[in-house]
Ligand binder design. Structure first.
Ligand SMILES: Cc1cc2nc3c(=O)[nH]c(=O)nc-3n(C[C@H](O)[C@H](O)[C@H](O)COP(=O)(O)OP(=O)(O)OC[C@H]3O[C@@H](n4cnc5c(N)ncnc54)[C@H](O)[C@@H]3O)c2cc1C
Ligand code: SF4
Length: 501
């Protein structure tokens, strides 16, 4: 039996856990991070579309199951840094109204238990820590900010600049994407073609390992154990007293003063549910019955817009977003965001268009520009993560608020046709494309209607926290990682953490 101990024990080293470790390290707190995966190696395959997208080199060979018992391969990466090792580094803030209640025709997006103003100082801190590039004054939906972006916006390459001109000619306001990469004077980023969805071979992507955990370890206050999978939290007299699991295959028993679950929205819920005991028969932190429920993933569609008359020679494509419809889709109700993604190559299209010859896909990719259309989905008790008798993750999921997505998608297509794109191909995200998952342990002020308090502390178990995307009371319609990181810094700074075990 391997025994470890720390004042604060964190399960998971992704956006929530890695950033929290950094925040606690600044306060001199003794932290142990337990990560089920290992370091993602820097190797030539990092930038190989074949290895990353076709062979799924960095994804676990793990299946989750839908309601009908069909397996699917989830959007998770069990490595130091979690999903941020392959994320697209698009790091926008949510807008002020995302923290307030929004009434849609088919449901309600609930208010958060804290405001944009409460989180704003931590947005500013995380933007500095994650080297976010951006600019103000372009985006009609941008929230107020107390300080400028720490780094200037990335410039558009000529093909993108021409599309921006065509969109602006329609009266739209294309704006620079907020991006976390180490680009510019003295930076190590070379603006390559394989960033979004790929690990960075140069370590220049602002992921949770590079920007959170590594500097946290360097303080000497934080220790990391890799290949350390936590299976269960153990309670005594209403408090968590230990974690049990396996380290390098050996049984592990870890004690501490406070315990933080940061395993990602599905695995955090699964861990709490799997920790049911006599005192907590529905699972830990689950007197509300809401652990695992309210699972959200965004309503997302990828679009490939093809103009056969223009060759797209772009290298780094992800520099523009259109947020004109974010607050109002022409009917006074929010729509969402339309944003460029990294340049898709023919072999990446092949993973979905399996019957189309690669040569044809390469020809399309040479003349296409790829976008993500993202709108808000809504918390629903039906949509839930649970654990079956064999300990496998099961996901019950039905689309919510999808009429708004259809409307935004139609608007996006109209916008692109007017910009000269003759062919539009779409890929709607299904149950497996769940990388924006959140909401499985919502934060709130009422213990009957939420799992966590506004600082991510369990209402039921005072020394238990969940600091990752699980706490989101609603999903907004912007990429989630910056908000996860900002909340982790807020929790690190504002909670009275134990200094001893
Ligand atoms: C391809 C891709 C592109 C994306 N692009 C963007 C983007 O551009 N912008 C954006 O904002 N977001 C993006 N995302 C989403 C973003 O990465 C996630 O929202 C974010 O990483 C979630 O943070 P988290 O802390 O909740 O979980 P994660 O970052 O996934 O971290 C969870 C960690 O917990 C570990 N873990 C799980 N279970 C256990 C256990 N039982 N014991 C020990 N450790 C455990 C995992 O190995 C992992 O390291 C993208 C995701 C993907 C996959
Ligand atoms: S664009 Fe920069 S940060 Fe992204 S993978 Fe390439 S070198 Fe790394």
């Amino acid at each position: 039996m391997i025994r470890e101990s720390a004042s604060v024990v964190i399960v998971g080293s992704g956006m929530g856990g890695g950033t929290l470790a950094w925040g606690l390290a600044q306060r001199g707190i003794d932290v142990l991070v337990l990560e089920r995966g290992n370091y993602l190696p820097r190797e030539p395959e990092n930038w190989s579309p074949q290895a990353v997208f076709v062979e799924r080199r960095y994804k676990p060979a793990e299946s989750w199951f839908d309601d009908a018992g069909n397996p699917f391969s989830p959007g998770v990466h069990y490595v130091v840094g979690g999903n941020t090792k392959v994320y697209g580094s698009s790091l926008p803030r949510l807008r002020e109204q995302d923290f307030e209640e929004t009434v849609y025709p088919s449901g309600v997006s609930p208010a958060w238990p804290f405001t944009y103003a409460d989180l704003e100082p931590y947005y500013a801190s995380i933007e500095g820590l994650f080297r976010v590039h951006g600019t103000t004054g372009e985006d009609p939906s941008e929230p107020w900010r107390s300080s400028p972006f720490p780094y200037p916006a990335l410039e558009h390459e000529p093909y993108v600049a021409e599309t921006v001109r065509r969109l602006a000619a329609q009266g739209l306001h294309p704006s620079s994407t907020a991006m976390g990469i180490d680009y510019g004077p003295g930076g190590t980023c070379i603006r390559c073609r394989t960033c979004d969805g790929f690990p960075c071979r140069l370590g220049a992507k602002s992921d949770a390992e590079t920007c959170g955990l590594a500097p946290a370890l360097a303080t000497g206050n934080v220790r990391l154990r890799t290949d350390a999978k936590v299976d269960r939290l153990v309670t005594e007299a209403g408090r968590v007293v230990a974690l049990e699991g396996h380290l390098d295959g050996e049984p592990m028993h870890v004690t501490g003063g406070a315990f933080v679950v940061s395993a990602g929205a599905a695995n955090s819920a699964a861990l709490l549910l799997a920790s049911a005991d006599d005192e907590h028969p529905q699972g830990l932190a689950n007197s509300s019955g809401l652990v695992g429920r309210n699972y959200m993933v965004h309503n997302n569609t990828h679009i490939a817009a093809v103009d056969p008359r223009r060759e797209n020679d772009v290298v780094f494509q992800k520099t523009v977003a259109v947020n004109d419809f974010y607050r109002d889709l022409g009917d006074g109700i929010p729509g969402g965001t339309i944003q460029l993604i990294g340049k898709v190559q023919g072999s990446m299209m092949k993973t979905h268009a399996t019957k189309v010859p690669l040569a044809a896909l390469n020809r399309i990719a040479g003349r296409s520009m790829e976008w993500l259309v993202m709108s808000e989905d809504l918390p629903s008790a039906h949509n839930r993560v649970s654990v079956d008798r064999q300990g496998r993750i099961r996901v019950s999921w039905r689309r919510t608020n999808y009429d708004r997505h259809e409307k935004l998608l139609a608007t996006a297509k109209r916008m692109l046709r007017r910009a000269g794109y003759l062919g539009i191909f779409e890929q709607r995200f299904d149950i497996a494309l769940n990388s924006h998952m959140c909401g499985t342990a919502v934060a709130g002020t009422d213990p009957a209607r939420s799992v966590l308090d506004p600082w991510c502390r369990s209402h039921d178990v005072p020394n238990l926290f969940v600091v990752d995307s699980s706490f989101f009371p609603s999903s907004g319609a912007q990429n989630p990682a910056l908000t996860i990181g900002a909340q982790a810094l807020r929790v690190a700074a504002e909670v009275d953490w134990p200094s001893t075990v």
